[in-house]
Write a protein that binds this ligand. Structure first.
Ligand SMILES: [Zn+2]
Length: 135
């Protein structure tokens, strides 16, 4: 399945291309079928500043290492930081600035929240297609 324009696979009406924030794709105005993918162009130029807060950091090696690496501090400083228990505003920045760190948090198994909603979370780092229906 490709995202080129053509006939709708469901109703054979003409598909149209669209771009909407973090996604781009084609859709059928008639029946609502669509195929979308992450729009990396908007990812790069997304001016939104996101705030990442950690929700369950524990004093284990993987979490300490993640905090240490992302914050650019040593292991001991990272443990001290974790003991403060305050992980709001852990990361503040644009998508291009924080995406690598977010990937690192995911790999380390650290849970976190992003405000406002981070649209690149689901498939950050790859460009695989996501199939969806608009209605
Ligand atoms: Zn259709």
């Amino acid at each position: 399945m490709t995202a080129t324009c053509g006939d709708c696979p469901q109703c054979h009406h003409m598909l149209e291309q669209f771009e909407n924030g973090s996604v781009t794709g084609v859709r059928c105005q008639f029946c609502g079928w669509s195929v979308v993918r992450t729009n990396h162009r908007s990812f790069t130029f997304d001016p939104q500043v996101y705030i990442v807060s950690l929700t369950d950091v524990v004093n284990d090696a993987a979490h300490v290492r993640a905090v240490s690496k992302i914050k650019g501090i040593n292991f001991l400083q990272a443990r001290n930081y974790i003991q403060t228990g305050d992980f709001s505003n852990f990361l503040v920045g644009r998508a291009v600035e924080i995406n690598k760190d977010i990937e690192f948090l995911k790999k380390a198994g650290v849970n976190f929240t992003v405000s406002p909603e981070y649209p690149y979370l689901q498939n950050a780092g790859d460009n695989r297609l996501v199939y969806t229906r608009l209605r």
